[in-house]
Design a protein. Sequence first.
Length: 200
Amino acid sequence: MDATFPIHTLLKSESISLEPLVMLHEAGLREAAADGELWKIRVTSVPEPNQTRKYIEDALTMQKEGKRLPYAVIDAATGRLLGSSSYHDILPAVKRLEIGYTWYAQSVQRSHVNTTAKLMLMTHAFETLGYNVVGWRTDNFNFASQRAIERLGAKKDGVIRGHAPRRDGTIRDTVMYSLTRGEWPEVKAQLLYSLSKHRS
């Protein structure tokens, strides 16, 4: 692995923690995916229950190859595993990375969890790792994901047509988004404001 590749770090907030994904998270990850049978959604890559171990193994292989830093998203109060998210397509030479492979148990979707986790990941990327650009990508038919990314303050860069296969064998177009270091202070202030309204 390149010496400039970011070190995998435990990230904590009052409500959730982001733990580097390991095999010990297998049971919790399986339960999170089963909450809403998320693997049945064709525009996501959530693992089927019997594929959870392979999902983690694949993520850790990508980590060893310097391609991904996967996290388990954990409820700070209960220790329940809520889902997963990752840094990926990490380019230390130009200080750019993407946040993706993100999904949550259905029972915590449309809650503070995604905003909090993304705030933590963006803060770490911009303020600790010193990266210049954070990107996202999603399926052109995953409208919920596109809305969630746009709510974070990211700008749409464009669409890559015929870009990647879906689990059902069809080929998707990929919608690309990004946020720059210069845009980050205002976006951070807005996300903190949104979370403060949630708590009040």
